[in-house]
Design a protein around this ligand. Structure first.
Ligand SMILES: [Fe+2]
Length: 308
């Protein structure tokens, strides 16, 4: 029986009693799927799994994404598992060194957005006994709930354009960035996409503020100046301290989070010799926006609950 322990503060939960190196039962999958929607983040401590295990677990939740560059860096033989790391071997970086270092929501620039990321921590940098490289999350259920009725009415039914290039250029402006500008071919592969500013979460039925400073560039139905002002207001609102949860990594953690109800930000407070190594799968929102799929999964969970 899974033990799901909600974090103080209301965002995230620890899942105890599950070994992710073993195949996941349908019953446990239903419980996790439901819990992910409800808590937004699930942490599975003290795991020891292979890249293929990480891929197989993640694939239960939806289609797996491959990165921007078809060259990697990926786990050899498991291209669905990408490597986030600042480690350099023989002069060659083994992973992406600057992934996600500002507030954003993965793949909101895609027509089919991201659902969840599954990250497995193999090396966590420490200094003076304190873990470095936290990941911050902002809760978009709470951010929506707290919007004024006036703003909820003004924004209901409106859409925002999300552009991959906005975040890429932001990262390029960082000191020491090795990112080159996107080529026209790379930009063409990731054209901007349009999404409602308020989404109804397909698992919980609750509304979220689906807008993020990393990719959102325009509220489409408003004049440009009004759009700019309102986006600034939304970005300030959604990143208030009261909505932020800090995940401090421990080696062996597997952390998965729901992109639909969160923003995240990777804190780059470690140096080049303070090694960090994380393996990652990115899961698209194909299954979670498939109503028949969600009905089946939630139905299975309801049956489990009624029996327990
Ligand atoms: Fe990210």
């Amino acid at each position: 029986m899974l033990d799901i322990r909600r974090n103080a503060g209301g965002t995230g939960a620890d899942v105890i009693g599950l070994d992710l190196s073993r195949p996941l039962s349908d019953k446990d999958f239903s419980t996790l799927f439901t819990a992910l929607g409800e808590h937004s983040l699930l942490r599975f401590p003290t795991q020891s799994i292979t890249p293929a295990d990480l891929r197989d677990f993640s694939a239960r939740f939806g289609m797996l994404q491959k990165g921007l560059s078809e060259k990697g860096p990926y786990e050899p033989g498991v291209p669905e598992v990408s490597i986030l790391s600042n480690i350099v071997r023989d002069g060659v970086p083994i992973g992406i060194g600057d992934a996600g270092q500002d507030w954003h929501t993965d793949m909101s620039y895609n027509q089919l957005v991201g659902f969840t990321n599954v990250l497995y921590a193999l090396e966590v940098p420490h200094r003076d006994g304190k873990a470095l490289g936290d990941t911050l999350f902002a809760n978009m259920y709470a951010a929506y709930d707290d919007l004024s009725n006036d703003l909820k009415q003004r924004l209901e039914g409106l859409t925002a354009t999300h552009d991959f290039n906005k975040f890429w250029e932001e990262m390029r402006r960082r000191p020491g960035s090795a990112r080159a500008p996107l080529t026209p071919q790379e930009r063409a592969k990731r054209p901007p996409s349009v999404h409602p500013i308020f989404l109804t979460h397909p698992i919980t039925g609750r509304k979220v503020l689906y807008c993020n400073p990393g990719y959102a560039i325009r509220i489409n139905e408003l004049p440009e100046k009004e759009s700019d002002e309102l986006l600034d207001e939304l970005f300030r609102h959604q990143l208030q301290e009261k909505y932020v949860y800090t995940h401090r990594w421990t080696k062996g953690d597997i952390l998965m989070w729901d992109h639909i109800s969160t923003l995240h930000n990777a804190v780059a407070d470690y140096g080049p010799h303070e090694h960090r190594l994380i393996k990652r799968c990115q899961v698209m929102a194909d299954k979670v926006f498939d109503q028949a799929f969600v009905r089946d999964v939630l139905g299975a969970t309801a049956t489990v609950s009624a029996q327990s």
